[in-house]
Design a protein around this ligand. Structure first.
Ligand code: DUC
Ligand code: ZN
Ligand code: ZN
Length: 465
């Protein structure tokens, strides 16, 4: 049999198995796992390395205009960060402007990504204006392979939907097989707290966190789940940060409700205390929901290990601290925390930060694969093409070197953010090679794949209820 590529002597790690094997690739897909002779195929020796399915980050924002700024990373630099970090697929968020057709928003995001992305990509659709009876537009998105929709319970006047609108969208997913992804924070309450803080001249970055309490997230999470339960459909909570919100997800799942949630590395590794760094440094960590007080992360780790949380994504939304290249940055909020563009970079560091959790005994190796690749693939209609190492799957393969440490720094990262939230942190492993559909994209420090070789992925409608 003619193979194009054989990865020799790998330790293959999936969400369920671990074994020694060569991986044979033909036509961009995994052809077989076993023992093979090279016979003219390109060979890569993976002795001592662990082969895992390419990371899937189902929450990125590349080339996103937000709060008077635009993210530092477009699909070119964002996807470069992704691939160097072992992520081979991203699901980014297209944004419907008010009054705009969903189709138009989708076209805009296709234009942003096509010819630029180095990794395979797909989109969720952020619905900001469902109109009186525009639910049928959602059906068309599902037909286009955009089978998930993000709605907001925060940012009144910008993104926020009221409960009736949310309920209408949820009901529609019963028919079209879409899934609602929810930003669950009580935006009305937060807006009042923000106004009150500013009136009291509390303008420093830390007030971003102090005006977005845990209970505002827990309340909205409970309400979102209740609305989904009434509609009889699953729901997915994005960027869950507060352990009290996770508790709502856990309780719902315990009674059989198909509620799912993702958290992000920043909520597992960073904390409120980062806002109290000197000067304006806390702005680096201004994101929504905010970082939570120390102790919260321990609860999240436990929940992640036992499936109260299903996915770790990043919410990669990179704004520079200082304006550059014509793009304003976080300095927009120097005098007023509410004007600091919300978001931080993360797509490049997710996999290795999570591998650190394996080394520390917080997650099993299989759980690492599950939360970084297999579960997001299953929840978002990409499985079994993505998210697994088995014959027939796309040959998206990451070779982890578990013995070579890596130090995270803005000086060496590949995204365009001018800082890294994990600056100076040393993780116990590094990524040596990355393959997407059998093409070697990264070899050590070198980028081999050409810009724009990432493909748009049409995702299937939901296969579960
Ligand atoms: N929510 C996101 O998912 N990303 C950036 C900002 C926000 O509030
Ligand atoms: Zn959000
Ligand atoms: Zn986001």
């Amino acid at each position: 049999m003619g193979y194009d590529l054989i990865i020799k002597n790998a330790t293959v790690l999936t969400a369920s198995d671990k074994y020694a094997a060569d991986i044979a690739v033909a036509g961009g897909r995994i052809a077989a796992l076993g023992a093979f002779r090279a016979d003219g195929a390109e060979t890569v020796d993976a002795r001592g390395l662990i082969a895992v399915p390419g990371g899937i980050d189902v929450h990125t924002h590349f080339d996103m205009p937000f709060m008077g700024a635009t993210t530092a990373d477009d699909f070119r630099s964002g996807s470069e960060g992704a691939v160097f970090g072992g992520t081979t697929t991203v699901v980014d968020f297209a944004i419907q402007k008010k009054g705009e057709a969903l189709r138009k928003a989708l076209d805009t995001w296709h234009e942003k990504a096509e010819g630029k992305s180095l990794v395979d990509y797909s989109f969720h659709m952020i619905v900001t204006d469902l109109g009186e009876k525009n639910e049928s537009e959602m059906d068309k998105m599902v037909d286009e392979g955009v089978s998930s929709f993000k709605l907001f319970m925060a940012y009144p006047g910008i993104f926020m939907s009221d409960d009736a609108t949310i309920f209408r969208a949820l009901l529609r997913t019963k028919e079209n097989g879409g899934m609602i992804c929810m930003h669950a924070e009580n935006g009305g309450v937060i807006d009042i707290l923000v106004r009150k803080a500013l009136a009291e001249k509390k303008t420093a970055p830390k007030y971003h966190a102090l005006t977005r309490p845990m209970s505002a997230e827990a309340e909205a999470t409970r309400r979102a789940i209740a609305l989904a339960e009434m509609a009889g459909v699953p729901i997915y909570i994005v960027h869950l940060s507060a352990a009290d919100a996770m508790e709502e997800v856990r309780r719902a799942r315990e009674r059989g409700v198909p509620a799912f949630a993702e958290t992000c590395p920043q909520y597992l590794y960073l904390s409120y205390e980062d806002y109290e760094r000197p000067g304006f440094e806390g702005a680096k960590f201004v994101m929504s929901p905010p970082l939570r007080p120390r102790g919260n992360e321990e609860r999240l780790w436990k929940g992640l290990a036992r499936d109260d949380l299903q996915v770790v994504s990043t919410d990669h939304c990179s704004f520079c601290m200082k304006a550059g290249g014509g793009k304003p940055g976080k300095e927009l909020g120097k005098k007023d925390f509410s004007k600091i563009p919300n978001g931080a970079p993360g797509v490049e560091t997710r996999m290795l930060l999570l591998w650190q959790a394996v080394e520390e005994g917080r997650l099993s190796e299989h759980r690492f694969v599950e939360v970084t690749s297999t579960a997001p693939a299953k929840l978002f209609g990409l499985y079994p093409r993505k998210g697994h190492l088995s014959p027939g799957a796309d040959a998206d393969i990451v070779l982890i070197d578990p013995r070579k440490k890596h130090t995270i720094s803005a000086r060496t990262h590949h995204t365009k953010a001018d800082y890294n939230p994990y600056e100076g942190r040393t993780v116990p492993a590094s990524i040596r090679d990355v393959f997407i559909r059998g093409r070697r994209m990264v070899a050590g420090e070198k980028l081999l794949g050409p810009m724009g070789c990432g493909r748009f992925l049409r995702r299937s409608p939901r296969q579960f209820n």
